[in-house]
Design a protein around this ligand. Structure first.
Ligand SMILES: [Zn+2]
Length: 62
């Protein structure tokens, strides 16, 4: 299986896979972990937040 969270593949992603985490507001962090809000909206969160409780994900606005 190809590594999709490190190395060259990241450079092909928008913003090279980095951005501001909507859960913990860390800037320039790698957003590689998809989470789904209860309303079905897909959001990308950082490594620290991939195991965040669902209520933290649901609290994301926008
Ligand atoms: Zn985060």
């Amino acid at each position: 299986m190809a590594k999709t969270k490190r190395g060259r593949v990241l450079w092909s992603l928008p913003s090279r896979g980095r951005g501001t985490c909507p859960v913990c507001s860390s800037t320039r962090i790698k957003l590689l972990y998809p989470r789904a809000k209860s309303d079905g909206t897909a959001v990308k969160v950082c490594k620290r937040c991939c195991n965040a409780p669902q209520n933290k994900v649901d609290a994301i606005t926008g």
